[in-house]
Design a protein around this ligand. Structure first.
Ligand code: DOR
Ligand code: ZN
Length: 346
């Protein structure tokens, strides 16, 4: 069985820099026309100038003969001036501003300590029509790690959306029934990206037969009822939910460590695994809109006009890929994946 579909876009992606960037970008460019590139480099991409320079490094890493358009983001800090937001919007290359609560995840130390510090910047995001892309987790020690998304929505996101009635917001990598309900009931202009792992796995996958560092990401995998809610939203045909892999490569040694990094490197299976899970849900016919239409419409961008072809043919992603001196382990490494990408002979 073959499935030809409009070429998809990845609305949430980590590409890193240097050798890692060169190693990972071909996997995304083979499948996706465009991707929203997260700004959590070290140091973070806090200015338009840094975003444009990063964009050039990404384009330089795209193999000859492949077309790929990085859609850049700025990293919001307590001190981002509104003028920087306006510069970013005027550049035409930056499409959103990423809100990382300080300490929430990889390279988030310069993130926002208190949303009140960002009022002027958020007003500028609202006014320019850029999108606020939100890592939706509180970081307070007393809040259980599995409740962080729900509490963030109650305490931070809900009020921000009320205070800024025209602000466009993406709740990135939504993981809970609470997040799904919030977006479903919100005013227009609020959407969410959905990763393959949060559709496919519940938190048992972190402990299956032993500790599984390659299933550790943030927000962390949740209980089965949340996975079901996320999967139902993704396959519902509701245009507010669209594809964002959150592919986040880390070296094998930094994942398999006494204090392992969060992130799942899914780019090498970045569309195939969604085909699997949509098929399992009996909703394969809704994959194309989720992967190739809803995100572009939300961001006000044209749909891609070329196609990719998937084939129902099982394959096994390798144990690891080489990236300079490092090795990176892909999602579903060594396990059968039911769908394959049919590659151009050229
Ligand atoms: O698992 C994650 N990895 N979640 C994030 O929010 C960041 C990402 C990364 O950059 O590694
Ligand atoms: Zn991410």
């Amino acid at each position: 069985m073959k499935l030809q579909m409009r070429r998809p876009d990845d609305w949430h992606l980590h590409l890193r820099d240097g050798a890692l960037l060169s190693a990972v970008v071909p996997h995304t460019a083979l499948r996706f026309a465009r991707a929203v590139v997260m700004p959590n480099l070290s140091p973070p991409v806090t200015t338009t100038a840094a975003a444009l320079a990063y964009r050039e490094r990404i384009l330089a890493a795209v193999p000859a003969g492949m077309r790929f358009e990085p859609l850049m983001t700025l990293y919001l800090t307590d001190n981002t001036p509104p003028e920087e937001i306006r510069r970013a919007a005027a550049s035409g290359a930056v499409i959103g501003v990423k809100l990382y609560p300080a300490g929430a995840t990889t390279n988030s130390d310069s993130g926002v300590t208190n949303i009140a510090h960002c009022a002027a910047a958020i007003a500028a995001i609202e006014e320019t029509g850029l999108v606020l892309q939100v890592h939706g987790e509180v970081t307070a020690d007393e809040i259980d790690v599995f409740d962080r998304e729900r509490v963030f929505i109650e305490k931070v996101l809900g009020p921000v959306v009320e205070r800024h009635p025209k602000l466009k917001v993406v709740l990135e990598h939504v993981t809970t029934a609470d997040g799904i309900d919030f977006v479903s009931q919100a005013r227009p202009g609020i959407a969410a990206t959905i990763t393959p792992q949060h559709m496919m796995l519940n938190r048992n996958a972190l402990f299956a037969g032993g500790l599984r560092p390659h299933h550790y990401c943030l927000p962390v995998l949740k209980a089965e009822r949340h996975r079901e809610a996320v999967c139902a939203a993704a396959t519902s045909g509701d245009a507010r939910f669209f594809l964002g892999t959150d592919s986040a490569p880390h070296s094998r040694s930094s994942k398999e460590s006494s204090c392992g990094c969060a992130g799942i490197f899914s780019a090498p299976v970045g569309i195939e695994v969604y085909a699997e899970v949509f098929e399992a849900a009996g909703r394969l016919e809704r994959l194309e809109a989720f992967a190739s239409e809803y995100g572009a419409r939300f961001y006000g961008l044209p749909l891609n006009d070329d196609t990719i072809t998937l084939e129902k043919r099982s394959w096994r992603p390798p144990a690891e890929y080489v990236a300079g001196e490092e090795r990176i382990v892909p999602f579903r490494s060594g396990e059968p994946v039911a769908w394959s990408l049919v590659q151009d002979p050229s």
